[in-house]
Design a protein. Structure first.
Length: 334
């Protein structure tokens, strides 16, 4: 008889970022902004930008290939691929299906998941359910973005914030004393208007007029998103910590969505986690949306900061508006 619940853990990670670096000094030449404004308001110094022929699936395939290699798995053993993205290659088909084909993951189902920048945590939570129920043994979760393609490079309110990149994680069954301890998903659709791409969907199909009015680009009310973010990140972190039966003192590493250093610092303070336990890379990559948490996690694992048995929480927020949290006892696959 199969067990009714299994523990799911991350057994391999991979990352792909474009080569091109865009610094704040470069941006100073493009819009009315300054390195000083961007650094003090956001903590960002530089970000990566995809080339003209580089789409989300290209970054996703590279990140996923590395994650599978690090997990010691062949693409054929993947049961399900979930790509969390706000910048799919096309409206249809799903980017996940393109990734499935190019990886040669012949036995995998595949779908995209849209939950703003929170998409990676939403996807981890979905993948976790498939492993916990015993339905699948191997799920590949990818956060992949080329936000540079849907940003108005003349709008200083948004163009300084985002960067491109992808992060991938393999989920497998792990021993009972390791793996995902708690997950929490949240949304407040009433705030959807604060962060959106108005045109190109069924409400406002792309037309000459929508292009002239720049409605196919990201529009954002930064102050409202900021207000939501600090509340959601703080409360989300507290919730997953307590659902996991832990206290803030038990948390070895806090991995917040990398949107803005002020949001990260405020959330950490509210939860009572010292900044030396918070992983930050927003300075080097900007806000890579669904890729930000897996890139930060990848770097910490690669640098051997994160060790087997340590407690980690990941918390994010994004368009929707959405937020999510997840607590995990780290399993280091040998
Ligand atoms: N350079 C110079 N000045 C700027 C820039 C810029 N790049 N951008 C805005 N300003 C100006 C504004 O026009 C404003 O000028 P005004 O006072 O004359 O009107 C002034 O700076 C202050 O603007 P604020 O909005 O008050 O600046 P704030 O301190 O709130 O910082 C920011 C703005 C960085 C956008 C902040 O609100 C923020 O980080 N919000 C959250 C955004 C976010 O995380 N979005 C991603 C969500 S995740 C997803 O799903 C994609």
């Amino acid at each position: 008889m199969p067990k009714s619940t299994y523990r799911a853990g991350i057994t391999g990670l991979g990352v792909a970022v474009p080569d091109k670096v865009l610094t704040n000094l470069d941006l100073q030449q493009m819009v009315d902004t300054s390195d000083e404004w961007i650094r003090t308001r956001t903590g960002i110094k530089e970000r990566r930008i995809a080339g003209p022929d580089q789409a989300a699936s290209d970054l996703a395939v590279d990140a996923a290939g590395e994650a599978l290699k690090n997990a010691g798995l062949r693409p054929e053993s993947v049961d399900l691929i979930i790509v969390a993205t706000n910048t799919p290659d096309m409206l249809m088909p799903a980017t996940a299906c393109m990734v499935q084909d190019r990886l040669g993951a012949a036995n995998a189902g595949a779908f995209d998941l849209l939950a703003g920048c929170t998409g990676f945590l939403y996807a981890l939570s979905v993948g976790h359910q498939y492993i916990a129920s015993g339905t699948f043994e191997t799920v590949l979760i990818i956060g992949a973005e080329t936000l540079s393609k849907i940003i108005n490079w003349k709008d200083r309110n948004t163009c300084v914030l985002f960067g491109d990149g992808a992060g991938a994680a393999v989920l497998e069954r792990v021993p009972d004393n390791r793996g995902i301890l708690s997950t929490r998903l949240g949304s407040d659709g009433s705030g959807g208007k604060h962060l959106k791409v108005p045109a190109g969907g069924s409400r406002l199909p792309a037309s000459e007029a929508t292009i002239q009015e720049n409605l196919h680009y990201v529009t954002m009310n930064g102050r409202e998103v900021f207000r939501f973010a600090v509340r959601a990140m703080g409360e989300g972190a507290m919730e997953v910590i307590s659902m996991a039966g832990l206290t803030p003192e038990d948390i070895n590493f806090f991995i917040p969505h990398q949107a803005n250093i002020r949001i990260i610092e405020t959330a950490a303070r509210r939860v009572g986690i010292n900044m030396n336990r918070v992983l930050v890379n927003v300075d080097r990559f900007g806000n890579t949306s669904t890729a930000s948490i897996p890139i930060a996690l990848y770097e910490a694992v690669k640098q051997k900061k994160i060790k087997d048995g340590q407690n980690i929480i990941m918390v994010g927020f994004g368009a929707g508006l959405t937020w999510a949290g997840l607590a995990v006892k780290w399993y280091q696959k040998q």
